[in-house]
Write a new protein. Structure first.
Length: 217
């Protein structure tokens, strides 16, 4: 059943459970249905030589352009270190090593977000580590790219989301903990097409990130 933004805000809590490689045991997380979620972590493929712990922050003042190619079109994200240097460095490191290649957008909420970055496609996966929290220093709006998390402190891994509508600002700011790393600066129509293709919040045939590459503007 497709949920509107209002319905998503009013629905109660959604429970997710999984095993945390950082915590060493099972844990249950409770995440509002209107909030992007990230739960347990799984180890990335060793062949990818991706980070296994928090990468270095992106240096102050620097930007990267992350190109995301999908069956519904290509979009580009401009990542800005000055927004959230730790989260930006983490996202860029994962994108650079090929971590996101083939991973799907597993969660679609029309008028709210598309969310991806979980190698299991279940909404409970991640890179095998978590990063430190940072303050949110700007506002959420259409095209904003931010990192998903659980309600627990320092719980960001690899999952991220793209905001679909300015109206999502209020529910996201009610938590104001989702680290903003940049925005879609080209190809927002591809993001909209990914959202439009979904037949449910957890799509039956989710759209994958076929290829993700990083360049310096």
């Amino acid at each position: 059943m497709t949920r509107t933004l209002v319905a998503a805000v009013l629905v109660g809590a959604l429970a997710l459970a999984g095993c945390s490689t950082t915590g060493g045991g099972a844990r249950a997380t409770t995440v509002p249905a209107s909030s992007p979620s990230a739960a347990a972590t799984v180890a990335p493929s060793a062949a990818r030589a991706c980070p296994t712990s928090q990468p270095e922050p992106l240096p102050a003042g620097e930007k990267r352009v992350v190109k995301v190619e999908t069956a519904k079109g290509t979009f580009e994200i401009t990542i800005e270190a000055d927004l959230s240097p730790i989260a930006a460095g983490n996202f860029v490191a994962l994108a650079t090593c090929g971590y996101y290649d083939g991973i799907v957008f597993h969660r679609i909420v029309p008028g709210f977000v598309i969310q991806g970055g979980d190698p299991t496609g279940s909404g409970t996966g991640g890179p095998g580590y978590e990063i430190q929290d940072e303050p949110v220093t700007t506002t959420y709006r259409r095209g904003t790219v931010a990192m998903a998390r659980t309600p627990a402190p320092n719980s960001v891994g690899s999952q991220f989301f793209v905001v679909l509508d300015d109206a999502a600002r209020a529910p996201l700011e009610s938590a104001n903990t989702y680290q903003i790393i940049g925005s879609v600066t080209s190809g927002m129509e591809a993001v909209d097409a990914i959202a439009a293709a979904a037949d449910a919040e957890n799509p039956t045939n989710p759209i994958a990130m076929d290829k993700v590459t990083v360049s310096t503007p």
